[in-house]
Write a protein that binds this ligand. Structure first.
Ligand SMILES: [Zn+2]
Length: 173
């Protein structure tokens, strides 16, 4: 498939997926016009794609990245995933007495969504993001390690800061 080379015989305005009207070119000889038109209608226009990419880029700067989100979760964090009748998945994530819920198309995306939701609910932002938008004055740069409740089975990783014990704990009851 690909853009045909030939005379443009018509330039109708066609609504794209984003709702914007854009010029769709009809070529004199174009055996794939139907496919091209279908793709044209199913995709966003260039401006909206650029806007969307920018929004996603900004969102990604505050939301922990894929590998990072799981690392930020505390010890004993537990996922529970359930496949539903309509083939979607429902899941919960429990950690440190807090539980968040989410639904998704599959377990991979769902666990990430849950991890991010839990971190957001606990005011934990990405260490690589500057955390400027976090309302807390003394947001920790790393995930709070589980403290005091039960003895840790092994010493904390070198990245954990000792000052984390001062992090205000949410009431678990
Ligand atoms: Zn558009």
């Amino acid at each position: 498939m690909g853009v045909p080379t030939g005379e443009v015989v018509a330039r109708p305005m066609v609504a794209r997926a984003c709702g914007c009207l854009r010029e769709f070119q009809h070529y004199a000889v174009d055996r794939y016009r139907a496919q091209r038109l279908a793709k044209f209608q199913k995709t966003r226009c260039e401006e909206c794609v650029a806007k969307l990419n920018e929004e996603q880029r900004q969102a990604a700067s505050v939301v922990p990245k894929k590998g990072e989100a799981f690392k930020l979760l505390p010890t004993n964090a537990q996922f529970s995933l359930t496949r539903k009748a309509d083939a979607t998945w429902a899941g919960t994530l429990s950690a440190e007495g807090k539980t968040v819920e989410a639904v998704g198309d599959g377990p991979h995306g769902l666990t990430l969504a849950l991890a991010r939701a839990w971190l957001a609910a606990n005011g934990i932002t990405s260490p690589s993001g500057s955390g400027e938008s976090a309302p807390k004055p003394a947001a920790p740069q790393t995930a709070p390690a589980p403290v005091s409740k039960h003895p840790a089975p092994k010493p904390p990783p070198p990245s954990a800061k000792p000052s984390l014990s001062n992090f205000p704990r949410p009431k678990s009851g």
